[in-house]
Design a protein around this ligand. Structure first.
Ligand SMILES: Nc1ncnc2c1ncn2[C@@H]1O[C@H](COP(=O)(O)OP(=O)(O)OP(=O)(O)O)[C@@H](O)[C@H]1O
Ligand SMILES: [Mg+2]
Ligand SMILES: [Zn+2]
Length: 381
């Protein structure tokens, strides 16, 4: 799999996350590490990758300006997942209290042959309450040789007592341009041709997750003949990307308070496994076009004819309101990736009553006209 073969082995091979990388590299140069690290943030943006590189940086004895050498026995064993002093636990699968207790008991023993023992606990928020509490106890008083790296999408679940002693880093979505450059490099390395539009669409579809972007690129590699150039059409059909028509239909449902249509749309996203933040992004583009069309007879994301057809009979004030709501809901989705929450938010936005200002506007227009025509006196309308 490309996501695995393209996993960075050094800090400098990663894209984005500059602050995290710089800070970890500095600690590595000085060889001083925190007892606990909390890595949180967006999925597929480098939490596990950084945890493994950090583990190497902690154990490697032949570092180059803080970067692990990649050649010593420690680096090699960690890369292969065979290092006895680096213990990786997936909170999503080993969440039993017993498992964690067993692990915690072993923390008390010195490392087998390294200077430190590194525990990487992925998806720590998925641990059962009992297991999590047992872990927290250890984190409050860890033995000097232990380093814990906790990766989670819910850092708030880690109590302040632990966080205050830990180094906490947030991993953010990768910039489109950085992601596009990385995909382009991978495509070249694999000897594949892909158009700029196709590449850009994969990047947008990923919502800034490197894993998703690389996985989608690979899916397209598999779906298209090796000597053929991958085009936007290939990407759209291979990844099942929503057509602009579908986004327009959702917007219509929102503007006209058609709750069953909204629910049906969200159900379809779920069935097709579409990321809410991504499809909402498309709806935002479609609505931006509608607003642009209303105000300037232009469209930037969709064919003008399509926008024109949907822009008819739309109340501008409601369109602006829904656009603001969609932007807000997309942020909610980034924190809470739940279809039920998206559906509820969309329905509430659709139902929100907006004062009808069109009547007021027509009154103001009449006043302006009568002023312009020089009518000496204003009759109250
Ligand atoms: N910042 C990055 N630079 C380069 N490649 C990356 C980066 N982040 C992720 N990747 C790629 O995506 C894959 C998955 O990344 P990783 O496992 O580090 O994500 P994660 O943040 O731990 O995600 P999750 O929250 O789903 O566990 C890596 O193997 C690598 O190919
Ligand atoms: Mg991970
Ligand atoms: Zn090394």
């Amino acid at each position: 799999m490309l996501t695995t073969s393209e996993r960075p082995q050094k800090f400098e091979e990663m894209i984005g996350q500059e602050t995290v990388r710089r800070s970890l590299l500095n600690q590595s140069k000085k060889d001083t590490f925190f007892p606990t690290y909390v890595f949180s943030g967006k999925h597929g943006c480098g939490k596990t990758t950084s945890a493994r590189i950090l583990a190497k940086a902690i154990l490697c004895r032949d570092k180059d300006h803080g970067e692990p050498c990649g050649k010593c026995a420690f680096c090699k064993a960690i890369a292969e997942g065979n290092e006895l002093d680096v213990i990786e636990i997936d909170g999503a699968s080993n969440n039993g209290v017993d498992k964690v207790r067993e692990l915690i008991e072993k923390v008390q023993y010195r490392p087998v042959h390294a200077a430190k023992k590194v525990y990487i606990i992925d998806e720590v928020h998925m641990l059962s309450t009992g297991a999590f509490n047992a872990l927290l106890k250890t984190l409050e008083e860890p033995p000097e040789w232990a380093v814990f790296i906790l990766a989670t999408t819910e850092p708030d679940k880690i109590p302040a007592t632990v966080r205050s002693r830990a180094a906490c880093y947030t991993f953010s979505a990768i910039k489109d341009s950085d992601l596009a450059a990385r995909l382009d490099a991978i495509a070249k390395k694999c000897g594949r041709k892909i158009t700029y539009g196709a590449l850009k669409t994969i990047v947008k579809h990923s919502g800034g997750s490197v894993r998703d972007a690389i996985r989608d690129l690979e899916t397209c590699f598999e779906a298209v003949y090796e000597d053929e150039e991958i085009t936007l059409d290939h990407v759209v059909s291979t990844l099942g990307i929503d057509s602009s028509e579908q986004s327009m239909r959702l917007i219509n449902a929102l503007l006209n308070e058609r709750i069953p249509d909204i629910l049906e749309t969200v159900n379809r996203w779920q069935e097709e496994g579409k990321q809410p933040a991504y499809v909402l992004g498309q709806a935002i583009e479609a609505l931006t076009d509608i607003v642009l069309y209303i105000t300037a007879q232009r469209a930037v994301y969709n064919p003008l004819a399509l926008v024109e057809a949907y822009a008819a009979n739309i109340r501008p004030d409601k369109a602006f309101f829904i656009l603001k709501e969609l932007l807000r809901i997309r942020e909610v989705c980034r924190r809470e990736n739940s279809y039920a929450v998206v559906a509820a938010e969309l329905i509430l936005s659709a139902r929100e009553k907006q004062p009808d200002t069109s009547e007021l506007l027509s009154r103001i227009e009449k006043i302006e006209e009568s002023l312009k025509s020089g009518a000496g006196q204003l009759t109250l309308l």
